[in-house]
Design a protein around this ligand. Structure first.
Ligand code: SAM
Length: 276
């Protein structure tokens, strides 16, 4: 059975292509490329002669039949202009259609600006949300940040350098100047730069250094909400119940301090009042 290979290509440095990607690109019968002129440079660099056809945002549905016709006769590889196809790049519709038709789909691991920037950012990597490009319209951009105001995971966004300052301003207005952030610019290229600082400082930096090249914006997750402190009556009632059950005052005060948000010594004082 033929295989549709999803092949990541470099996001800058041409060395960031795997040996397996080069072999697959050489061996398939056809390469579906987002922009055949852009990919020609890459293929020429590695002396790969495989025929190409275009597969981009504007023909991605019309082109499906031609790609399936090619798959009937052998393997096909999908590449985008840079990075991993399907990640803010064409690929999703083809992959879904291929799976629906019983075509084997194999994605190769490789370059992706979002993951590279995340790892270098110094922001938590244990949980993250990749949200692609944020909206351009000011009202939608603000609503976008409102929607992620309490998001606890690191948020990864792709952005154009021309909109970066506006986007940072909107982020600051909603999330505040102190939220940790990072901009990864020109990753893997000559002028690679990471700006790791609170949103306010990142914004100030890019207001005085016009951003050029490609950028990834990362925003640290919202801190966990502060537990709502109990009112005094609730603390006293809970303490009385524990003391009635024979729990020592010291133990009860400590446990309730954690639960209620009240100071341990204050709760201890309530206990002394109860006993007197
Ligand atoms: N499919 C690609 C990937 O796997 O990363 C992303 C394609 S998307 C159309 C292009 C966006 O990715 C850029 O606007 C930028 O936000 C980000 N990007 C791509 N290459 C980058 C680089 N070398 N440095 C920083 N950001 C990059």
């Amino acid at each position: 059975m033929a295989t549709l290979y999803i092949v990541p290509t470099p996001i800058g440095n041409l060395e960031d292509i795997t040996l397996r990607a080069l072999r697959v690109l050489r061996e398939v019968r056809l390469i579906a490329a987002e922009d055949t002129r852009t990919s020609r440079v890459l293929l020429d660099h590695f002396d790969i002669k495989t025929p190409m056809t275009s597969y981009h945002e504007h023909n991605k549905l019309a082109k499906l039949d031609a790609i399936f016709a090619a798959l009937a006769g052998g393997d096909v590889a999908l590449i985008s202009d840079a990075g991993t196809p399907g990640i803010s790049d064409p690929g999703y519709e083809l992959i879904v259609a291929a799976l629906a038709q019983g075509v084997r789909v194999e994605a190769l691991p490789g370059a992706c600006a979002a993951i590279t920037a995340l790892v270098a950012s110094g922001l938590p990597t244990d949980a993250f949300a990749f949200l692609g490009f944020p909206p351009r319209k000011a009202s939608e951009l603000r609503a976008f940040f409102e929607a992620i105001r309490n998001e606890p995971r690191t948020v990864i966004l792709y952005e154009s350098p021309y909109r970066l300052v506006d986007t940072l301003q909107a982020a600051l207005a909603v999330l505040g100047a102190a939220r940790p952030a990072c901009v990864g610019r020109e990753i893997s290229k000559l002028h690679e730069e990471y700006t790791r600082a609170p949103i306010g400082e990142v914004l100030a930096y890019y207001q005085s250094h016009t951003p050029r090249g490609e950028v990834v914006l990362l925003i640290g997750g919202a801190p966990p909400p502060v537990a709502q402190a109990w009112d005094e009556a609730r603390v006293r009632a809970a303490l009385a119940a524990r003391l009635d059950e024979g729990e020592p005052l010291k133990v009860a005060a400590k446990a309730l301090a954690t639960l209620s948000g009240w100071d341990r010594r204050t709760i201890y004082g309530f206990g002394i009042e109860e006993e007197s």
